[in-house]
Design a binder for this molecule. Sequence first.
Ligand SMILES: CC(C)(COP(=O)(O)OP(=O)(O)OC[C@H]1O[C@@H](n2cnc3c(N)ncnc32)[C@H](O)[C@@H]1OP(=O)(O)O)[C@@H](O)C(=O)NCCC(=O)NCCS
Length: 223
Amino acid sequence: MGHPYWPVFDLRLSVADLELRPMTEADLLPLAELLPDDVELDPAATRYPGLSEAANRRVIGFQHYWKSYGSWRPERWRLPFCVRAGGELVGVQELEAEDFAALRTVYSASHLIAPARGRGIGRQMRRAVLALAFGPLAAEAAVSSAWQDNHASLAVSRALGYRPNGESRHRRDDGVDTMRYLRLGRSDWLAGTGADGVRIEGVEPCLPYFGLDAGSSPAEAGD
Ligand SMILES: CC(C)(COP(=O)(O)OP(=O)(O)OC[C@H]1O[C@@H](n2cnc3c(N)ncnc32)[C@H](O)[C@@H]1OP(=O)(O)O)[C@@H](O)C(=O)NCCC(=O)NCCS
């Protein structure tokens, strides 16, 4: 039986040998132990005096999780998925939106443990959440941003059909750096093969949580 009050926990996405499950409290410690040093966290997040930088980074991960579900509203949600490859925990893929029912635009963020990178997993897990967004959630657009030197993230977006959508300069560390923006429109997604082989289960009871009418969704995707 599914969760009686938070059906989001029962969502399942799978593609090839990847499974994406909404993160739960039980995942936090294993994920903290696997958190790569190069994953960029909110620079404005609370840091506790007396803790090492490594410990503070992990605390930020916990608070990010609690905030995701604790501040979830139909108008503004962030869904963190744990990603397992062949059953092994390898990373996190998030999907988020603001004013989704009106704007129908999703954002994504992700990271993988170092040994899992460069094997196509990043592309597959982004594909899985895009299939959810453009399928049952009927998104009109997905947007992504990455620093100009984040070649892997930019390449994942390009490979999935995102188009350049501008750039902006920001303060970063002690200097200034360029953030690149990319956008994938619904028609480009539907014209491609991105949804092929992605299985999505358990979305129907979640629709009101995403700000959508129950029963408004096209049939759940499957291969
Ligand atoms: C971003 C990330 C999730 C991508 O996942 P990944 O599994 O490494 O990427 P993939 O193996 O799926 O590769 C996808 C594409 O990126 C390219 N790519 C991967 N790593 C690359 C690198 N270091 N330099 C250049 N291109 C790279 C691949 O060749 C592939 O391109 P193609 O489809 O045109 O052949 C992963 O690298 C990561 O966790 N990075 C650190 C965290 C991070 O930066 N997150 C994003 C924040 S915006």
